[in-house]
Design a protein around this ligand. Structure first.
Ligand SMILES: [Zn+2]
Length: 287
């Protein structure tokens, strides 16, 4: 029997293809957390195809999201009489730190990929810690910490969030976003079940591979509370950070059709008619 990593309740397995690794997913009966139940080794993160990931990113969307986060952080830190400084966990391409520095923030960060960290050092001159945040041992010193889609990849989200809580100074702010369980996931699970596992592409795009979990509101609130945060604002938002046509070419549709579907979806996105697929969270530490 599998146990939910957030609330310790029973996890109902989602059977896709019997006897294959892909069948190892489950949804918590109590808090609604969707989990990839397979074990992941931290070293596998180094194997992410960094270059392809960068090419697939929707840079216009990402830039506007980064600026929104910096605007909010500046507001919250000023309210709490804290200096403008940010530690970004999972720095990736380094563009967030670059934008933050240009807005007057003191910046630092960590990353698990040596490749990514060395590119950031070469391009922007930032020295990135290549290790888990927990191992850095920060206590009561950070004004703000950010994570762009890191929690879904983390080997142990609770210990990560606890260490962030410990590292923040009183009034310090954690920002992160992470995938939210939404209509796309229900649709993906239904398609996979009805087709006896043959049409599992949509489901696996959401949680196969590197995403370990997708949160429901209840499960994410519970996790934040367990990790020491009592004051937070959690919003369900539309946030598709990758170019949409890449999703469809990746699941085997022809390129022209993929571009057409992506075009239609972009219009829906502007009209705010797409499923709200991410949670954005601002959590404040209060002693
Ligand atoms: Zn649960």
């Amino acid at each position: 029997m599998f146990i939910c990593e957030v609330c310790d309740s029973r996890v109902l397995r989602i059977v896709l293809k019997p006897f294959e690794l892909a069948s190892n997913y489950g949804k918590c009966a109590k808090c609604g957390l969707l989990q990839n139940l397979g074990q992941i080794q931290p070293s596998k993160i180094e194997g992410l195809n960094f270059d392809n990931y960068l090419l697939a990113q929707d840079e216009v969307f990402e830039k506007s999201r980064r600026l929104t986060v910096l605007f909010q952080l500046e507001k919250l830190l000023t309210q709490n009489s804290l200096e403008l400084s940010v530690f970004d966990i999972g720095t990736g391409s380094g563009h967030f730190l670059l934008d933050a520095q240009q807005k007057g923030f003191a910046v630092s960060g960590s990353e698990l990929s040596h490749t990514a960290a060395s590119i950031v050092k070469k391009e922007f001159g930032f020295v990135i810690h290549v290790m888990n945040y927990e191992e850095l041992g920060f206590t009561d010193c950070q004004a703000s910490v950010t994570m762009f889609c890191v929690l879904a990849h983390s080997v142990n989200p609770e210990s990560l969030l606890r260490s962030i809580h410990t590292s923040l100074t009183n009034g310090g702010v954690l920002y992160f976003h992470t995938p939210r369980y939404c209509l796309i996931d229900s649709l993906g699970i239904t398609l996979a079940r009805l087709s006896m596992g043959r049409l599992d592409h949509l489901f696996l795009r959401r949680i196969g591979g590197d995403h370990k979990r997708i949160y429901s509101r209840k499960s994410l609130m519970k996790l934040l509370e367990k990790s020491g945060f009592s004051e937070f604002e959690m919003k369900a938002e539309i946030g598709y950070g990758l170019k949409k046509e890449k999703y469809f070419t990746a699941i085997g549709l022809p390129k022209n059709l993929s571009i057409l579907i992506a075009l239609v979806l972009n219009i829906f996105s502007r009209l705010k008619l797409l499923p709200r697929n991410v949670f954005t969270v601002y959590a404040t530490k209060r002693n």
